[in-house]
Design a protein around this ligand. Structure first.
Ligand code: IPE
Ligand code: IPE
Ligand code: MG
Length: 256
């Protein structure tokens, strides 16, 4: 672990990494195991990603664990995933807290069993004042759902006379979304070989650098994450400027 720490200069390090953890089912299938064995194995990669990001000084790690469309899967698989979420929270929360991690969950949690909802709330409240890595788990999450919820809140404020529609700006709107206190993801990683966003952070990914790897999530480890960050650190982010402007005026993490 130690040898991998801090290979990046500060301005080349992403502040916020968002990951679609895909490929568990295929990992299991390759081994003639049930798909759920892949989900179990994937928990190890979650642990590695959190520890590695914490150790190199990344500020935020957002992990897509269960999409609002994943309910379409066989009932048995859904229930294993829910059980795994609960068991992992029970087993890991204390350790995350000791490591100064602030844990939050985004997504429509009302669809979860009462016990899971309680465990989520307890983990969030225990770790809420921590100042280390911000870990966000997206569970029963969908980007369109999130934007729709924000629109609903804004519409209510307008209807109640608390907001003038003309005062609406992208910044005001973004403040109604999840993760409003964090910078937008600098680096998006999708494992498992598919090249799509699958309804992940639709708004927040507007200027994120995208990185796709064929590695299946249970095989994704510190070295693979380091590879992704290295790839990111060699890119020039332009945010609409020309390359020349960026070279003379800005550091690579975006406008100063
Ligand atoms: C990602 O792995 C985990 C979840 C979506 C919960 P998959 O289960 O989608 O794995 P593949 O894509 O079928 O291999
Ligand atoms: C996206 O993976 C959601 C998660 C990793 C939780 P999927 O496997 O559900 O995505 P699609 O269906 O291939 O787009
Ligand atoms: Mg998949």
């Amino acid at each position: 672990m130690e040898a991998l720490v801090k290979p990046f200069s500060r301005e080349r390090l992403p502040r916020h990494i968002a990951i679609i953890m895909d490929g568990n089912g295929r990992w299991a299938k390759n081994r003639f195991l049930p798909r759920t064995a892949g989900h179990h194995a994937g928990v190890g990669s979650v642990r590695k990603a959190i520890e590695y990001c914490g150790s190199i000084g990344v500020e935020a790690l957002t992990l897509f664990a269960f999409s609002s469309e994943n309910w379409r899967r066989p009932q048995q698989e859904v229930s294993v995933l829910m059980g795994l979420f609960l068991a992992t929270l029970e087993r890991e929360t204390e350790k995350l807290h000791k490591n100064n991690v602030r844990l939050r969950v985004i997504g429509d949690r009302m669809a979860f069993a009462a016990e899971l909802q309680e465990k989520i709330a307890a983990a969030e409240s225990l770790t809420s004042v921590n100042t280390g890595l911000n870990v966000t788990i997206a569970a029963n999450y969908g980007g369109r759902w999130e934007i729709t919820e924000a629109v609903r809140r804004v519409a209510r404020q307008v209807a109640d006379g608390h907001l003038d529609p003309d005062a609406m700006t992208t910044e005001v709107f973004a403040s109604h979304l999840n993760l409003a206190d964090l910078p937008d993801p600098d680096l998006f990683i999708r494992t498992g070989g598919e090249k799509r966003i699958s309804n992940f952070l639709l708004w927040q990914l507007a200027y994120t650098e995208l990185y796709f790897t064929d590695t299946l999530w249970p095989d994704f480890n510190e070295a693979k994450l380091e590879e992704a960050i290295k790839d990111y650190s060699g890119r020039q982010r332009r945010f609409g400027y020309t390359g020349e402007q960026v070279e003379t005026l800005f550091v690579n993490t975006g406008p100063l």
